[in-house]
Design a protein around this ligand. Structure first.
Ligand code: FAD
Length: 397
């Protein structure tokens, strides 16, 4: 079967690798002229790593990643630790794979290298997908330059502004969530007095939160700050923000956060508005299916958007190798994935309320039990992530 994939992000690359693994031919079309990713980190949780284990490329990814000591939640101003879930031995033992942080460029480079080793001609750069057409027996992907390529199935892995999705369902209505996000990557060597712990750390605050973690053998610290604000609403990854504005957003926070912000390069501080999209009625149209952010973009408050794309990729490739027809295989894929991605989407959304408690009573009600649970019943707190990280999409059980 010839699988045409629109978009060479984490979802598109993993879909290509999973399709090859299941015996299909693949061609991956990317609009950009070169493979590039924003300068930021990403967390790769054990549920995603299990797909890479099944593909035989987990070590190639892990060797470019950083293994955090724990998942930690702290109060933004005081730095008080609410709870800490140890990861080093636990992730592999209880969830079946390591938990990693990795620079996005290193992640995509590892995926691209694996794909090129197996299928040297599979990647086509500078190919901007405009849409598709199909018959009972084949499907064609159409490019902006007017050319077409024919295959048996199309996977729309073209991200949050997917044109494949637009053809299926129209432009859609992104809703501003009332949050803006900041991102920066800071060399750890610049942090002289206070450094974040070597954990995946979420810092809670009134109407805002931050996430810190290390990349590249601990050489870099990744910072993401999310602030409830409605004075600015542009949805892009590449808009620069001013350091003064970021300092104001996190004024009075723990010294580790303030030092991180003060040490960031002014030219490398970016911000963007966070939008939410209503769930789609479905992800397929005959021989065409959506995957990753194109199908189910989600708020980044559970660090699972790319992990869901990775899980999708395995299920879609497996369904294609087992279905009686392409369209029934794609419907089967959607049926297997929708309940899980919907649950993760809604858990991500509800983390916004958890992370941003504004009132004293809300903070006591939300963080009090976390703090107590972390001390009196850590095993119960630890087990709260089993449904997410313990999931193994490559196993049928
Ligand atoms: P994308 O990464 O958007 O890739 C789409 C690709 O398609 C791009 O290469 C694009 O150039 C290409 N493309 C687009 N249109 C066309 C076209 N017309 N023709 C050809 N090519 C096209 N997820 C996690 O799992 N862990 C995390 O820690 C995490 N942290 C996050 C932090 C933040 C602040 C944010 C905003 C998101 C985070 N996510 C995280 C989510 C994650 O980044 C996304 O879910 C993931 O990148 C989606 O991958 P994708 O391949 O579906 O789409």
């Amino acid at each position: 079967m010839k699988v045409l994939i629109a978009g060479a992000g984490i979802g598109g690359f993993t879909a290509a690798l999973c399709c090859l693994h299941h015996g299909h031919e693949v061609v991956l079309f990317e609009q950009a002229n070169e493979l590039s990713q924003v300068g930021a980190g990403i967390q790769v949780s054990p549920n995603a790593m299990k797909v890479f284990q099944a593909l035989g490329i987990a070590d190639a990814i892990a060797e470019r990643g950083f293994r955090p000591e724990a998942i930690e939640t702290r109060m933004g101003e005081s730095g008080l630790t609410l709870f800490k879930i140890p990861l080093v031995a636990r992730a592999k033992r209880e969830w079946g794979a390591p938990y990693l942080h990795i620079h996005r460029a290193d992640y995509v480079a590892a995926l691209a290298q694996a794909l090129l080793t197996q299928a040297p001609d599979a990647i086509r750069l500078g190919r901007s997908v405009a849409g598709y057409s199909q018959s009972d027996t084949s499907v064609s992907i159409r490019f902006d330059d007017g050319t077409e390529e024919e295959g048996d199935v199309i996977i729309g892995a073209d991200g949050i502004h997917s044109r494949i999705r637009e053809q299926m369902f129209g432009p859609g209505e992104p809703r501003f969530t009332g949050n803006i996000a900041w991102r920066a990557v800071v060399p750890a060597s610049l942090l002289e007095r206070d450094r974040p712990n070597a954990t995946a750390c979420a810092w809670m605050g009134k109407g805002k939160h931050a996430v810190t973690y290390y990349l590249r053998n601990g050489e870099l610290v990744n910072f993401v700050g999310v602030v409830e604000r409605d004075d600015w609403q542009r949805e892009g990854w590449q808009e620069r923000g001013s350091k003064e504005e970021l300092q104001n957003d996190f004024a009075g926070w723990h010294p580790a956060i303030r030092e991180l912000i003060n040490s960031a390069d002014d030219q490398e501080l970016f911000r963007w508005a966070l939008f939410d999209r209503s769930p789609l009625p479905g992800w397929t149209d005959g021989r065409v299916a959506l995957l990753g952010d194109a199908a189910h973009s989600m708020l980044p408050f559970l660090a699972q958007g790319a992990a869901m794309a990775v899980e999708d990729a395995w299920v879609l490739a497996r369904a294609l190798s087992e279905g009686v027809s392409v369209s029934s295989a794609l419907i089967d894929y959607q049926g297997q994935r929708l309940p899980r991605t919907s649950k993760v989407q809604s858990a991500s959304r509800s983390n916004m309320t958890t992370f941003h408690q504004r009132t004293l009573s809300g903070r006591l009600r939300t963080y009090g039990p976390m703090w107590l649970g972390g001390r009196l019943a850590p095993q119960v707190v630890n087990a709260r992530m089993n449904w997410l990280y313990g999931y193994d999409v490559t196993s049928r059980a």
